[in-house]
Write a protein that binds this ligand. Structure first.
Ligand code: CP3
Length: 345
């Protein structure tokens, strides 16, 4: 079995020669090569120039023995196509200058086809596929309806989601109208990425843990489900459904869809697996902060994650959330190699 097969086989819960590993946000500021490129270009310039996006996609693949690449993009540019004005402000993170709060804001949102709104990422996928030469599969991705709604309504990152939940509870009809628009755009975007050559897809519902399971079921689940159904309506690429703070809603996420469920570190992986049952693969779930530990402790904690699901087919090793920019690069190399070494058949 070649390294090229490992990740996709694990997504399908087939036997593998070693546990596949990739890291959320594996391309980014913890790498000197990325920081060097960012001296010359903004993040949106990199995302919108397929040659640059491909170069950044390849940086971690060339540096580490990873089993999958993820296309360099972001979850937020999709909102630009819908009519929102996005900016990444140094030190402040993403800002939406015209957040949506009213019925007319929501009615005014456009739902353009991805070929029109995000041609650069579709082009980058084609280029990256050529560059990868089949070495490892390429993952395409999108933000999920709730996580994108939270940025669109709050106008940026948020701690308590006051505006988002206020709209959800006070004007449920309008909330559902917004979520329908988002799920349409997201589903078609993912489908187009698969058509452009992505071998697998990941739906990031990063902030879904802000909701109670009951609210997830009522206000979000049908829309995530619809986005996933559209994404998979033309091909059978594996889809990874990821969220954080989801220990109380894993079975609901599974109901919404996905071949693989991505979990964070706030639940033991064997418990997550028990909740999920055997007919779905699992991705995760090392605390990204463990990469700051001395290597022996790092290895101990990686082994704990691997041991928790060692007899269960379908595990993709990953962090429980994105890698931080302060992470020591040597520890990333040590992590990737140790996952393979420890699980080698
Ligand atoms: O994984 C990869 O290597 C692919 C690239 C990728 C980026 N963003 C590039 C990026 C992916 C998969 C994302 C997803 C993303 N973006 C999420 C979901 C994943 C998660 O971490 O929960 C979210 C919530 C965003 C929104 C976003 N983008 C924020 C909040 C920020 C600013 C905060 C930060 O981490 O700096 C970004 C900017 C961003 N997206 C950077 C990168 C490498 C860093 C910005 C820079 O280069 O200046």
């Amino acid at each position: 079995m070649s390294q090229a097969d490992r990740f996709l086989r694990a997504c399908r819960r087939e036997p593998v020669d070693a546990t596949p590993v990739w890291l959320m946000r594996q391309a980014g500021r913890y790498m000197a090569e990325y920081r060097a490129l960012r001296q010359k270009y903004s993040i949106l310039e990199i995302i919108k120039t397929p040659e640059l996006a491909t170069e950044v996609t390849m940086q971690p693949i060339n540096a580490f023995n990873l089993d999958a690449a993820i296309i360099f993009a972001d979850i937020l540019p999709v909102l630009e196509g819908m009519g929102l004005h996005l900016e990444f402000v140094k030190g402040d993170g993403p800002v939406i200058h015209n957040p949506i709060r009213t019925v007319s804001d929501i009615d005014g949102l456009a739902t353009p086809p991805p070929e029109e709104a995000l041609p650069f990422t579709l082009e980058a996928i084609k280029l990256a596929k050529k560059e990868l030469k089949g070495k490892v599969p390429l993952i395409g991705f999108s933000g999920a309806p709730f996580t994108l709604a939270s940025y669109a309504i709050e106008g940026g990152s948020s701690r308590n989601y006051i505006a988002t939940k206020s709209l959800m509870y006070a004007q449920p009809k309008i909330w559902h109208r917004l979520m329908e628009k988002l799920s349409t755009v997201i589903g078609h975007y993912l489908r187009a990425q698969a058509a452009a050559g992505a071998d697998a897809l990941q739906l990031f519902d990063s902030w879904i843990g802000a909701l109670s399971p009951a609210d997830y079921r009522e206000y979000v689940l049908p829309h995530s489900k619809r986005a996933i159904e559209i994404a998979k309506s033309e091909n059978k690429m594996p889809l990874i459904h990821f969220g954080t703070g989801t220990a109380g809603m894993l079975s609901l996420m599974k109901e919404a869809g996905g071949d693989v469920i991505g979990v964070d570190w706030r639940i033991d992986l064997d418990q997550a697996a028990q909740q999920l049952g055997n007919n779905v693969a699992i991705q995760g779930n090392l605390d990204p902060l463990v990469l700051f530990a001395p290597v022996p402790e790092l290895k101990k904690q990686i082994a704990r994650v691997l041991d928790a699901v060692k007899d269960r087919p379908g595990h993709i090793f990953n962090l429980g959330h994105g890698i931080l920019k302060e992470t020591p690069v040597e520890h990333v190399a040590a992590l990737v190699d140790f996952v393979h070494e420890y699980t080698q058949k």
